[in-house]
Design a protein around this ligand. Structure first.
Ligand code: GRF
Length: 211
């Protein structure tokens, strides 16, 4: 059976691109639809270039619940099994969460629980921490609070400016996200009252260091 993945984006979509590169030609999983709340999101163009259905849903002038109802309808129309938030800059409501229980994951550019919320890389850079990174976690009702599935770390270098650090984090995101999504579609991730366990494929680990 092919597992169908819906990806939500708001911006440039480089993590979406990592998924496109990782899943194109695979038979067990398919990127079924890409949805953006931003009409001009480059992520939508990436989806079109890869012949993946792409949908713009405007979030303005409607409640979060109304917007999420439209999201759920669209995800259902495309028979989505798993939802991946890849640079999706909206807070989700129970309407979406309840439609896909334990089937929504997010990538966040920090080592959670440090630096949740927006501008995580900037928060990390300014705090002076020497180890930064990215987290893939299940989405719950909080902001970047759901159960952690996997993390990738990178060291801060003495001469790093903010852009260097942000780019190095993004590079590990592009390794981390497709790896976790493949565990998800292969049914390897279990979550029990907030405790995550992964039946890891040989060679994979739930944490790694990037360059
Ligand atoms: C990534 O750092 C992601 O973790 C964060 O926003 C950025 C989006 O990048 N949520 P992209 O749209 O995948 O290029």
């Amino acid at each position: 059976m092919t597992v169908r993945i819906g990806v939500l984006v708001s911006g440039t979509g480089t993590n979406l691109q990592a998924l496109i590169d990782g899943f194109t030609g695979k038979t067990h999983a398919e990127l079924a639809v890409v949805i953006s709340n931003k009409e001009t999101a480059q992520g939508l163009e990436r989806a079109q270039a890869a012949s993946i259905p792409s949908v713009y849903i405007d979030h303005r002038q409607k409640s979060r619940t109304h917007f999420d109802t439209e999201l759920v309808n669209c995800l259902r129309e495309h028979s989505v099994d798993w939802v991946v938030l890849a640079g999706f800059m909206r807070i989700v409501t129970p309407t979406l969460l309840n439609a896909f229980p334990e089937r929504i994951i997010n990538i966040h550019p920090s080592l959670l629980p440090s630096f949740p919320g927006s501008h995580a890389q900037r928060q990390a850079f300014e705090s002076g921490v020497q180890v930064v990174g990215a987290t893939v976690h299940f989405v719950d009702g909080g902001t970047d609070t759901g159960p952690i599935i996997a993390q990738a770390a990178v060291s801060r270098r003495e001469d790093d400016n903010f852009d260097d650090l942000r780019d190095r984090i993004l590079k590990v995101e592009h390794r981390l996200l497709p790896m976790v999504v493949s565990w998800a579609v292969e049914g390897r991730i279990k979550v029990n009252e907030g405790d995550v366990s992964v039946d890891l494929p040989e060679g994979d680990t739930r944490s790694f260091w990037g360059d």
